[in-house]
Design a protein around this ligand. Structure first.
Ligand SMILES: Cc1cc2nc3c(=O)[nH]c(=O)nc-3n(C[C@H](O)[C@H](O)[C@H](O)COP(=O)(O)OP(=O)(O)OC[C@H]3O[C@@H](n4cnc5c(N)ncnc54)[C@H](O)[C@@H]3O)c2cc1C
Length: 423
């Protein structure tokens, strides 16, 4: 029987860095990713024939990591187009995809990245309205920006980064609607690490050149569709603005992509944004840390600490960014009317939540309300359900930690057959 390998879920910066860390300590790993190629959120690879994207420093970082993976030879196997569907109490993991299978890994590292947050607003589920990340994905994979007039709205540094990418690709957005007031926080901004400042300056210079207006202290209060046109109303500071556009990208930050691996007998570790959403630099560092820590644990050696000075610096920088983009989220939540969809998987509204009465249990939320029961299993709606209930989502996430981590067709289970003794 072959030596059991470590299963790493996610072939982004954290997953590949963890694989390198393990390989250097003598452990083989299988890295699975549901995407068509390694890269994760930031280094998503273009389709064949499309030019590579991103700032030169980012491209170098990715090329260096790929070279490190290659140098480890057959200690690292990467399997794309396959999704990790969970792991059971006996340590049997299910991978679904072109060749679904059960495997028995020696340990698991979840490097599944982050998901985007979008504060629900009436009309956010209309055709033509997506996350900003989806617009970036289109741009990165095809090299083509969305056609027509684009509006980006929400909060956080990704809005300017994506807007600059659209401008560089030849279709700058008509405006950015930013709920915070980042330009009022000069002291915090200047105290950011040099790399952050250089990236932000490059993006802002591009936006200035392309004359993209940034409407600060405003948020979208509703989106309507009139024929082929989306009409978005932005409000804030006692004024309002209407935008008639073809495409809208929404984004309110990112949160760790919680994937359940609770209650299994094999060691499970988190790495990168899946552990704490601290951005790309931290993901690389944290992946290396997670790989080295798991190798030490498997070899029975002392395990290094969870945080390094470099990770602490990234955490401080992210906290600073959150202060720079801070705004009154409560005011946006109060404005969520009964007709606003919270769960787009099952089309459940804020009114459906309120109809459940004062203090529904999680079971009632699921079975009567159908919240967190759809394809995303609460990864997107869970936060807003909790917040509208007046609870902190961090205290009690309304998400699934069971197998399978997402609903899957029975055919995937049948195709998977019996657990492999070799993995
Ligand atoms: C939409 C989005 C856009 C971003 N854009 C930027 C940006 O422009 N600039 C910037 O500096 N930072 C950006 N970030 C943040 C940055 O991408 C991350 O900090 C960094 O990529 C994190 O690396 P990671 O390896 O932890 O996760 P990721 O790079 O997100 O990689 C996670 C990988 O896990 C895979 N995966 C998830 N679940 C499963 C599963 N069940 N089975 C198999 N595979 C799975 C995904 O396909 C993905 O490839 C963005 C984040 C998001 C979510």
């Amino acid at each position: 029987m072959a030596e059991p390998r470590v299963l790493i879920v996610g072939a982004g910066l954290a997953g590949l860095a963890a694989a390198v860390g393990l390989a250097r300590a003598g452990f083989a790993s299988l890295v699975v990713d549901q995407a068509r190629a390694p890269g994760g959120a930031i280094h998503r690879q273009p389709l064949p024939g499309v030019a590579a994207h991103g700032l030169p420093a980012q491209r170098r970082r990715w090329q260096n990591l790929r070279a490190e993976v290659t140098a480890e030879g057959d200690r690292i196997e990467i399997l794309c187009n396959h999704r990790f569907a969970g792991i059971d109490a006996d340590g049997v993991a299910l991978l679904t995809g072109e060749r679904s299978r059960f495997i028995r890994p020696a340990a698991v590292i979840l490097a599944t990245g982050a998901t985007e947050r979008v504060v629900p607003v009436p009309g956010w589920t209309l055709p033509g309205v997506t996350t900003v990340g989806a617009i970036q994905t289109q741009l990165k994979t095809t090299g083509e920006p969305p056609a027509g007039r684009v509006l980006l709205a929400g909060s956080g540094p990704l809005l300017c980064a994506a807007a600059a990418e659209l401008a560089a690709a030849g279709n700058p957005p008509v405006a950015i609607v930013e709920a915070g007031r980042p330009f009022r926080h000069a002291a915090d901004a200047l105290a950011l690490p040099a790399g952050y400042l250089a990236e932000a300056s490059a993006h802002l210079a591009r936006l200035l050149l392309a004359r993209v207006p940034i409407r600060c202290g405003m948020h979208l209060s509703r989106i309507d569709r009139h024929g082929d046109t989306l009409v978005a109303r932005a409000e804030g500071g006692g004024r309002h603005l209407d935008f008639a556009v073809d495409r809208i990208g929404l984004h309110d930050g990112i949160r760790p992509n919680g994937y359940g691996a609770a209650g299994t007998t094999v060691p499970v570790a988190l790495a990168g944004d899946a552990r704490e959403a601290l951005g790309a630099r931290a993901a690389l560092e944290d992946g290396r840390r997670a790989g080295a820590a798991l190798a030490a644990r498997l070899a029975g050696r002392p395990v290094p600490p969870d945080m390094s000075p470099a990770l602490e610096r990234e955490r401080a920088a992210q906290q600073r960014l959150r202060r720079i983009h801070a705004h009154d989220l409560g005011a946006r939540l109060v404005a969520i009317g009964d007709d606003t969809v919270l769960c787009r998987c099952e089309n459940r509204t804020a009114g459906d939540l309120r109809a459940l009465g004062g203090d529904p249990t999680d079971r009632e939320l699921r079975l009567r309300g159908r919240f967190a029961m759809g394809r995303c299993q609460g990864r997107f709606c869970g936060e807003w359900v909790r917040r509208l209930q007046g609870d902190d989502p961090a205290d009690a996430p309304l998400g699934a930690v069971r197998l399978p981590v997402r609903p899957l067709p029975l055919a995937d289970l049948i195709d998977a057959g019996e657990p492999d003794e070799e993995n």
